[in-house]
Ligand binder design. Sequence first.
Ligand code: SF4
Length: 242
Amino acid sequence: MQDAIKNGLEEEGILPGPLKLRRKASPYFVKAKNYSGTLKEKTLIFSYALAVGEENAAGGKIVTAPTCGSCGTMPAMLKRMYDSFDFSDHKIYRALATAGLIGNLVKTNASISGAKVGCQGEIGTACAMASAAATQLLGGTPLQIEYAAEMGIEHHLGLTCDPIMGLVQVPCIERNAFAAERALNTATFSLLSDGQHLVSFDKIVKTMKQTGHDIPSIYKETSEGGMAFFYGKKEQKSDTTS
Ligand code: SF4
């Protein structure tokens, strides 16, 4: 994960593919250095998540967490926490184990596949994993950790998978940046509480599975609906024929 961030921050220019998408991680990271306070923290976490997402989009080496498309959320959150609080490697490993447990619960009881349940299963799960890990690192109780993980999925419910031209670039790369930032927010939110909450993590996983079942198939990695429709081949075809 650290290598993916490092490599992604080094690279500049255009990502492979017809979208000609310009990499953002490196310039964002440079800008972060001129900022201070909250703006700096936000820009740093965005740049880390973008770096890993761009590495994935460019065919670089990443760690699936839980998938390739959602590979930037966990590393960005962990790097931000590691740098800010100087956590030991041992604490980071324990947080990774908690994140892995959350990811496996979703994989076992629902799905982490965009093709099966939409992006809520990929970015939503990544956010839940990062939320749980961040809350644990910040001293949360098991109940607060579970609450944060639950929010990570709850607030991504219904998120569709509609990558433009079938490339894991738009909206995928930026979604990682927002999910990493959201994971810090869910951690803060749960730590403010006593951990009591209405909807359990198990219930939200079941809800996500059912929601994924109910989402029309065009929003499940077919690149036939949503942004892929309005920015992809279909729209170009209909423009040509109209
Ligand atoms: S939009 Fe689809 S391909 Fe992109 S990260 Fe989400 S689930 Fe993965």
